[in-house]
Design a protein around this ligand. Sequence first.
Ligand code: FE
Ligand code: FE
Length: 235
Amino acid sequence: MKINSLHEVLTDYVRDLYNAESQLVKALPKMAKAASTPELRGAFEEHLGQTRGHVERLEQVCEDLGIKPKGKTCHAMKGLIEEGQEVISSTGDPAAKDAALIGAAQKVEHYEIAAYGTARTFARVLGELAAADLLQTTLDEEKATDEKLTAMAESGLNREAAEGDAADAPREDAIADRSTAALDESEADSEDAEEAEMRTGEDDDSDAAAPTPRGEPPAGRRRRPPSPTVTRRGR
Ligand code: FE
Ligand code: FE
């Protein structure tokens, strides 16, 4: 790729964003469908409406700059949507899944915030003030969406997921303890127990191999004597 001028760099940014927003218009309805609460579904649907506006605003930016919007694939958004798809197709605790959906959406917002911020600055430097204003307007909406998602994560969705963790812990132990007697139970039940045991085993392996995620204490769900230095979720 040859870059000859700042105008070309801006063109590249705007086309990249145009493709990114177009990908999002297709992905957000799937995110909304995967959400388990009306609040989160509503937030995704509201942002879908905004995102359609972002596409139109970029078309206006392109008109101002005298360029065509098409011609680029945003590989970053492709990857972020793929990660979102992994969450969408996951099963398990609905509150935990909602928390993961919020996280996936915030990664998207942060990418957009970075790209719009840079594009806005380039437009300003080039004296393309109308384009800069349009880019700033979308940037403000992306930031507002990000803050809204943070508020949703704080106001209960993630707390529910955390409570789910606390409620799950003894249940998993019970299943594991029960599993020696699984043969006495119905076939379906014993399959459930084996599956649960496998899952628990996998979790233990990954916990052992990986550094502790999100600053959580390492011994989260293991049955070990409590240590003064390791307390459960200091929140
Ligand atoms: Fe957007
Ligand atoms: Fe967005």
